[in-house]
Design a protein around this ligand. Structure first.
Ligand code: TEU
Ligand code: CA
Length: 550
């Protein structure tokens, strides 16, 4: 099977919804399933063909649903199973598939398996989790240690994420059976596929050896031991029996390692999310600090992935999600050039080879939040990191700006529907503050404005869906040491080619296009109204982007 073989999931454009923040219909300040149903016509108007829903299962919400207490129940905050069935039916009417989140590296500590397991070593569920008399040196993703022993416990349990997210023991064959059973339950309802949370962490290295100094726990555990065996079992027993899409979230992947999962002949998953672009704005002080990205590095990393996977496997592309702060605030300019730079990033995201994901609000150019105080934060990662820093004696003033820039709550503030008090998200006070810029940045006003970010996305999604070159074509980087502009062609045998120019800087820049035949170049897209003057094709204004058909 080759890269160019056509499948619906390669041609899909996916819209990611964080249900908690999308639309509240019952006035509790929290988004719900009925809210998503209410907005399906809007979602359809974007041209997207699938929705990935962040978790909506029963959960104490320690990690906002990534801590699941019952895999076969909808959390009452979001609605009922009837609401979910209605969403599936209404989405299907509009040609939209629903992709669910599979979170099976860990459960909630309120899951009945863990409730039973924690009580005694004789529990039939004890071996569903990972217990030790003594912790090893593993750190949790969410600070600080990955091992906890509660007062009523005689052993420590492993949790790679928060204390309330105990890791499942996949070496117990019963755990694998349970997961397959859960998957079938939802697939038999007719869902369109799975996004699989930190799936490459499910198998732990044999004997749980200490992680070497300086190595991140994700890289130490990722792809360890029996991971590929578990994926092949899952594919054989479950996935291969349905016409669905599958995308693994796999921190620490490289193109070489990724192919072991996404090459079709491996019979594991179709595609994965890689993180290589996401640390390019980490400052000298590490994760909780920021800096401007190095454009050459951006080009190198992404083209390494393209070359590594082209014709061998399939990619999934994104510039933000519920874990990543707003792209326009990180890689663009959320001030003076918000509109221009949001469109430039849109053009990047939707002209890569692979399946594109658009995260709610990205289509409006929504920005990071102007946080006033840590008291506003709800995210367990931000709260834990803040407490950890306080305990170590770090001063808030030294890290507040960095956390405000990086924190996950930036992407979780309510969707901005209109200019009214709560941005049309809810009649009540929303669970996270609404960005004050909603008076300007919102669906209602952007819908009416032909030059809005929203309408740019709509046109671009439409173009992408009808163009096999943009979906399946090869990519060739041009002027590949230009430190401001990223330029490339997309080509597919027998089809028109495209030329894409993206100025990643807030200043004028030029690009060298020697060797590209521009004779018949037709400008289809730009974020400046006066861009079609062909003799300045190589001179770009701040954040300018252009797409030509050659
Ligand atoms: O994220 C895994 C993951 O890599 C993140 O923890 C990431 O390191 C961090 O968010 C960067 O800010 C997945 C989910 O997407 C995330 O929401 C969950 O919190 C996490 O797994 C645990 O389930
Ligand atoms: Ca609600």
């Amino acid at each position: 099977m080759k890269n160019l073989e056509r499948f619906w999931w390669k041609e899909a454009v996916v819209y990611q919804i964080y249900p908690r923040s999308y639309k509240d219909t019952n006035g509790d300040g929290i988004g719900d399933i009925k809210g998503i149903i209410e907005k399906l016509d809007y979602i359809q108007s974007l041209g997207v063909t699938a929705i990935w829903l962040n978790p909506i299962y029963k959960s104490p919400m320690d990690d906002m649903g990534y801590d699941i207490a019952d895999y076969k129940a909808i959390d009452p905050l979001f609605g009922t199973m009837d609401d979910f069935d209605e969403l599936l039916a209404q989405a299907e009417k509009r040609g939209i598939k629903i992709i669910m989140d599979l979170v099976v590296n860990h459960t909630s500590d309120e899951h009945e398996w863990f409730q039973s397991a924690r009580k005694s070593k004789d529990s039939p569920y004890r071996d569903y989790y990972i217990w030790r008399n003594q912790p090893n040196n593993w750190k949790s993703f969410f600070y600080p240690t990955a091992w906890t022993k509660r007062d009523d416990m005689d052993q420590y349990y492993l949790h790679l994420f928060s204390q309330r997210q105990p890791d499942l023991n996949w070496d117990n064959p019963k755990v694998e059976q349970e997961v397959h059973d859960i998957m079938r339950f939802w697939l038999d309802k007719g869902i369109g596929g799975w996004r699989m949370d930190v799936i490459n962490l499910i198998s732990k290295p044999v004997g749980l050896p200490d992680v070497p100094e300086g190595k991140h726990i994700g890289a130490w555990v990722g792809y360890a031991n029996r991971f590929h065996e578990f994926m092949q079992n899952m594919n054989r027993e479950v996935l291969s029996k349905y016409d669905i899409m599958t995308v693994g979230e796999t921190p620490a992947a490289t193109p070489e390692i990724a192919l072991l999962t996404v090459a079709p002949e491996r019979k594991e998953l179709q595609t994965l999310f890689q993180f290589d672009g996401m640390d390019l704005d980490h400052g000298d002080g590490g994760y909780w600090t920021g800096k401007k990205i190095d454009v050459n590095e951006w080009r190198n990393r992404y083209s390494r992935w393209h070359k590594g996977l082209y014709n061998k496997g399939w990619q999934s592309n994104y510039i933000q999600n519920h874990d990543q702060a707003r792209a326009v605030s990180r890689f663009g300019d959320d001030g003076e050039y918000r509109v221009e730079s949001a469109k430039m990033l849109a053009l990047w995201n939707l002209t890569q080879c692979g399946t594109p994901y658009i995260y709610q609000g990205e289509e409006l150019g929504m920005t990071n939040h102007p946080w006033q105080s840590p008291d506003e934060w709800q995210d367990v990662e931000m709260i834990n990191a803040h407490h950890f820093k306080q305990q170590r004696g770090e001063k808030l003033a030294d890290y507040f700006a960095g956390m405000s820039y990086r924190g996950r709550d930036n992407s979780r503030t309510p969707m901005q529907w209109d200019a009214s008090e709560n941005a049309g998200f809810s009649k009540a006070k929303p669970w996270l503050p609404v960005n004050p810029n909603h008076v300007e940045v919102n669906v209602e006003s952007e819908d009416k404005d032909p030059n809005s970010v929203l309408n740019f996305y709509r046109k671009l999604v439409a173009l992408r869906k009808e163009s096999l070159t943009l979906i399946y074509g090869d990519q060739t980087m041009l002027d590949d040491s230009n430190d401001k502009v990223i330029a490339y062609t997309r080509t597919l045998e027998g089809k028109p080619s495209f030329l894409i120019l993206l100025n990643f800087r807030g200043e004028a820049a030029s690009v060298n296009l020697d060797g590209v035949n521009l004779d018949n170049a037709e400008l289809l897209f730009s974020n400046y109204e006066d861009a079609s003057i062909i003799n300045r094709i190589t001179d770009l204004q701040p954040w300018e982007c252009q797409l030509y058909r050659l």
